[in-house]
Design a protein around this ligand. Structure first.
Ligand code: ZN
Length: 199
């Protein structure tokens, strides 16, 4: 990527700050910091998503933190993703945030918008909307996010878990590894495969 400056977009500022706290050597300010990844310095800046259209020019990539997936949130996240999707030579990664001990995630029925909580242990099972009775498969968080945001192929979706600090660093490495795989990668062996980190 052209620049190593990375935008960390989180609709919830506290979750964004947590990301910076986990990956940065020493957060200089609450809204920005720098991290060292495979020997190179990466500057990170937080955004709540409202200003991405104006500030995106200064960045080479972005991490969009995703938590709830109700219709209003999805709408906002799609708008943010579209800004990045249009930008050439720009790398985007989606980080699905899982708070400590939260083993359910919130989605909206794609037919009627009814809000639902899907327990992690039901992922892959078949269920139906309590309101409109539409049947659907209860997908994994990552797959659900990929589908509802309409991500193009190649956009990595990883999980970051509050109880696993290393998952944040791993997300950042995945984004940067993707960037260096596309261009002439350094021979430092610092490549990161695109894969979901499982616990
Ligand atoms: Zn429904």
């Amino acid at each position: 990527m052209a620049s190593k400056d990375i935008l960390v977009v989180s609709l919830n500022p506290e979750e964004g700050k947590l990301f910076l706290k986990e990956v940065c050597e020493m957060p200089v300010l609450a809204e920005s910091g720098f991290a060292e990844v495979h020997g190179s310095e990466v500057d990170l800046q937080l955004s709540n998503g409202e200003d991405v259209g104006e500030i995106v020019e200064g960045f080479g990539g972005a991490i969009i933190m995703v938590h709830f997936m109700d219709l209003i949130t999805v709408e906002k996240l799609r708008g943010i993703y579209k800004v990045f999707e249009r930008k050439p030579d720009f790398d985007t990664l989606i980080a699905v945030y899982k708070p400590m001990g939260q083993n359910i995630f919130k989605v909206s029925c794609l037919e009627c918008g009814q809000k639902m909580w899907i327990p992690d242990n039901r992922q892959g099972a078949t269920g139906h909307c309590p309101k409109c009775k539409q049947a659907f498969e209860l997908t994994r968080r990552e797959d659900h996010v990929r589908m509802v945001l309409g991500l193009v192929e190649g956009i990595p979706v990883v999980q970051v878990a509050e109880e696993d600090g290393s998952s944040f660093k791993s997300a950042l490495e995945t984004l940067l590894g993707k960037a260096s795989n596309e261009k002439d990668a350094p021979d430092s062996g610092g490549r990161t495969k695109l894969r979901i980190k499982k616990k």
